[in-house]
Write a protein that binds this ligand. Structure first.
Ligand SMILES: *Cc1c(COP(=O)(O)O)cnc(C)c1O
Length: 405
């Protein structure tokens, strides 16, 4: 098997070779500034506008509704801070407990950023990661400035009912932002049919480079820039454009539109084969997230009584790249906020791993993981005092044998 067997596409994706190819001229001959008056710069400016058109077409948006940013995180911050500045008297934000840190940590630190006290409602999710529309509707008040809810979850792939949520917000006169970083390119999005005010996307999650993002701002939605400087992006985001990355993102969006079908058939079938195979061959394994309201490329499975981090280290020896639902950066091995919000039991939350595929994955790779992963889990359980005491009647040590403590 050629290493790496890359199944961590929700963390970042391979830049498509076709994308690299269209970018290269902007790192050599075509180095003009797109804002320049001369023909040399003008042709670069035209390439930027051509890319904008391709991205708009994938989203069902108007090209002039797109603002290029440096990443998904900047897009998220820009949308939320803009709404709060547009309606300074409204100090309530509705979001969810499972947002990406780009939204979650921003909302949790708004008081510090704006000097105002904000009331934040972080909506709970069901045990399958789905959202209760009734609870959402009840959470909205006259004080609510903005709703920010992700289109699809990066850890589980679970999809929120964004169309319904946006319609409810609109009927109440509340701005609506969606972090669609994981959704764009994987599931159809048509902004001419969904009354969203702001949408964030990021290039590196759909086979474009890192360091390029887009914020969609609906025509007519009040907007306050985040980065103030030159007149670029019609004064909505200062700073000379990352031309090569923009051109690459345009190409990536064009390819995503053409590959959407494959993503939802071949890639989905590979994901299902992988998921069904693991669940069937490994005892005490459970799927995290709704079975069908989910991205076609993502599976998140818990293996009880083992540590996700330990699984990843073993997979890494085979060149298999995956991701775990626990973050051991703090040394505490806390299950992720998403697993906690879903109420995944403690014994399972620690052993969750995410496998996220792309159009570059093959059936041979899926078979390889299906061959290598089950023995890894069995081996780790042999060493787990908790598993031993549950399944072999032995008394386990009370000490946690975390892999990274
Ligand atoms: C990756 C990701 C982001 C952040 O995007 P960057 O371009 O890395 O800043 C935001 N939201 C979600 C859901 C993501 O998966």
């Amino acid at each position: 098997m050629n290493a790496p067997v890359y199944m961590d596409n929700n963390a970042t994706t391979r830049v498509a070779p076709e994308v690299v190819e269209v970018m290269l001229p902007y790192y050599s001959d075509l180095y003009g500034n797109p804002s320049s008056m001369h023909t040399f710069g003008g042709q670069v400016g035209r390439a930027v506008e051509e890319a904008r058109g391709k991205i708009a077409s994938l989203l069902g948006a108007r090209p002039d509704e797109l603002i290029f940013t440096s990443c998904g995180t900047e897009s998220d911050s820009t949308a939320i801070l803009s709404a709060l500045q547009s309606f300074p008297e409204k100090r309530h934000i509705v979001t969810t407990r499972v947002e990406h840190p780009a939204v979650k940590n921003l909302c949790e630190s708004l008081d510090k950023l704006t000097g105002h006290k904000h009331k934040i409602t972080q909506l709970p999710v069901n045990s399958d990661g789905t959202l209760d529309l009734g609870l959402y509707e009840e959470s909205l008040t006259d004080e609510t400035a903005i709703v920010s809810a992700m289109w699809a979850n990066n850890e589980t792939g679970v999809i929120f009912p964004i169309k319904e949520m946006a319609e409810i917000a609109k009927s109440r006169g509340i701005l609506f932002h969606t972090d669609a970083v994981q959704a764009v390119g994987k599931i159809p999005i048509n902004l001419s049919q969904v009354p969203i005010d702001f949408l964030s996307l990021s290039g590196h999650k759909l086979h474009a480079p890192k360091g390029i993002g887009v914020l969609y701002v609906r025509k007519g939605t009040p907007f306050v820039p985040f980065i103030i400087g030159g007149h670029q992006e019609h004064g909505r985001r200062g700073g000379t454009e990352n031309v090569a990355a923009i051109v690459g993102l345009g190409k990536a969006c064009e390819m995503a539109a053409n590959q959407m079908q494959e993503e939802n058939t071949r890639v989905k079938a590979l994901r299902d084969k992988l998921e069904d195979g693991l669940l069937a061959s490994i005892p005490s394994s459970l799927l995290n997230g709704h079975k069908t309201l989910r991205l076609p490329n993502t599976t998140n499975i818990s293996f009880e009584y083992v540590e996700g981090e330990a699984i990843l280290l073993h997979l890494d020896r085979f060149g298999i790249c995956a991701s775990s639902g626990s973050a051991c950066t703090s040394g505490s091995l806390e299950p992720s906020h998403v697993m906690r919000a879903m109420g995944v039991p403690f014994t399972a939350a620690h052993g969750s791993i995410r496998l996220s595929l792309s159009v570059y994955n093959t059936e041979a790779e899926v078979d390889f993981v299906l061959e290598k992963l089950p023995p890894v889990i069995a081996q780790l359980r042999e060493m787990s005092p908790f598993w031993q005491s549950e399944h072999k009647g032995k008394v386990g040590s009370s000490q946690c044998k975390c892999s990274c403590s």
